[in-house]
Design a protein around this ligand. Structure first.
Ligand SMILES: Nc1nc2c(c(=O)[nH]1)N[C@H]1C(S)=C(S)[C@@H](COP(=O)(O)OP(=O)(O)OC[C@H]3O[C@@H](n4cnc5c(N)ncnc54)[C@H](O)[C@@H]3O)O[C@H]1N2
Ligand code: MOO
Length: 391
């Protein structure tokens, strides 16, 4: 049995990044940059007016000024501003030579069609200076950055229309269990509906991956082996749920051995998810989680995501907040790092959600996150700080 930190290190160590490709900006969300992005231009590329108003010299603010021309955004100025002169200028237009400020139109009074004076003798400069946001040759985004909407903005701004990114990981999803039927079906007296596949497909979709779903596989070793073999041919990695513990029909570890996978770990000192398997074979990866839906949900959050992102070249760091717990909390066994569902109240205090264990996925509909209770810790007192991973 290994610890969570050892398991995370193992997943990162045993996983190789996928190939790289150039793709359109519109397809980049949730991909990972495969090289540093360097700007070939300064931003702003010229001294740019931040206001609609009059471009002039600060020393002339108390005077009546001659208006030389109107400068719209996108049109270059044609006149240099001299003493007691100004040009009407629009937000986003290039500031003319000679001007060191732009007075807002609201602070002006037109004297006649060619002259203006100001109602205030002070102004901010209202000029965005060339290069104040980005300098030419600046590294604007680092290799390994997972691309979010705000990164797309910068790529667009500097003209990086086809960034070099890692390929999107191809993920196959399988649910094992002869007791399972799909959500649209009516279960028999000993059957239940398949939760894990739909949950995993949604967890993947949330991070930008549309997985290939292979359906439910009954607990027959031969069939399961065939489906796994096919699935692994067609994908980079495979997520399996069920069949990983010690029951007579828990075939997954044995099948993976027969398919010549190297099993890096099989048991974790983490609750839920004691029986979680990570196996690799020449650029192919299998992450098999326990059948209980909470175990599958939590283990995908803890390790599955790290694996997916690692393949795509990103070192995943989950959002973890440190907040006070709203009540006393006790647990009996302390031999495993445990994760329980919690919600946050309006004062950002952590409230454990009523929870019956790893089959009780319904508890997670109330949860904002999962609280980590380290090994050896058996209680928290109200107000003590705890760590919550957002889900
Ligand atoms: N003798 C032992 N028995 C069990 C142990 C143990 O250490 N010794 N661990 C228990 C824990 S904890 C868990 S978790 C499960 C893990 O078992 P498996 O991964 O082999 O999963 P299954 O036995 O196939 O299923 C467990 C449970 O989850 C239900 N299930 C399975 N797949 C789905 C699905 N896709 N959607 C919804 N629910 C699913 C299944 O019906 C079982 O109720 O082992 C314990 N036993
Ligand atoms: O191993 Mo189970 O996933 O703890 O509930």
């Amino acid at each position: 049995m290994i610890t969570f930190n050892e398991a995370l290190k193992t997943v990162k160590h045993a996983t190789k990044k996928l190939e790289k490709e150039h793709i359109e900006l519109s397809k980049c969300l949730n991909r990972v940059l495969a090289e540093d992005v360097v700007s070939t231009i300064s931003i702003p590329p010229f001294n740019k007016s931040a206001m609609d108003g009059f471009a002039c010299r600060q020393t002339d603010l108390a005077e009546t000024l001659e208006i030389l021309e109107t400068i719209p955004a996108g049109t270059p100025p044609t006149k240099v501003i001299g003493k007691n002169q100004c040009s009407r200028i629009m937000t986003g237009a290039m500031v003319p030579e000679g001007a060191d400020c732009v007075v807002m139109v609201e602070k002006s009074e037109i004297v006649d069609p060619n002259h203006v004076r100001f109602t205030d003798t002070k102004t901010k400069t209202n000029i965005c200076i060339k290069g104040e946001d980005i300098q030419e040759n600046d590294v604007v985004l680092k290799k390994g950055t997972r691309i979010k909407a705000q990164h797309i903005s910068v790529l667009a701004e500097i003209g990086c229309a086809k960034p070099l990114v890692y390929q999107r990981v191809k993920v196959g999803v399988i649910a094992t269990g002869s007791e399972l039927v799909e959500p649209h079906e009516t279960p028999g007296s000993t059957q239940i509906r398949n939760v894990n596949s739909w949950q995993l497909l949604a967890q993947l979709e949330k991070i930008g991956i549309t997985a290939n779903y292979y359906g439910i596989v009954a607990d027959s070793k031969e069939t399961t082996k065939e489906v796994i073999a096919k699935c692994i041919e067609e994908n980079d990695m495979l997520l399996i749920t069920g069949g990983v513990s010690v029951g007579e029909y828990d075939h997954i570890p044995q099948i993976l051995k027969e398919l010549e996978f190297n099993i890096w770990f099989h048991t974790l000192s983490v609750k839920p998810g004691k029986h979680t398997v990570f196996a690799t074979r020449q650029g192919k990866y299998v992450f098999a989680m326990p059948g209980n839906p909470v175990s599958s949900f939590v283990q995908f959050e803890l390790l599955g995501k790290a694996l997916v992102f690692r393949l795509m070249g990103h070192d995943y760091k989950p959002a973890i907040v440190r907040l006070p717990i709203s009540c006393d909390y006790k647990r009996k066994r302390t031999d495993r790092l445990e994760f329980i569902p919690v919600r946050l109240n309006a004062n950002n205090q952590v409230i454990p959600v009523s929870y019956n264990g790893s089959a009780h996925i319904n508890a997670f509909t109330q949860a904002d996150g999962i609280m980590a209770i380290p090994r050896e810790v058996d209680e928290y007192t109200e107000g003590e700080f705890v760590h919550v991973r957002q889900i």
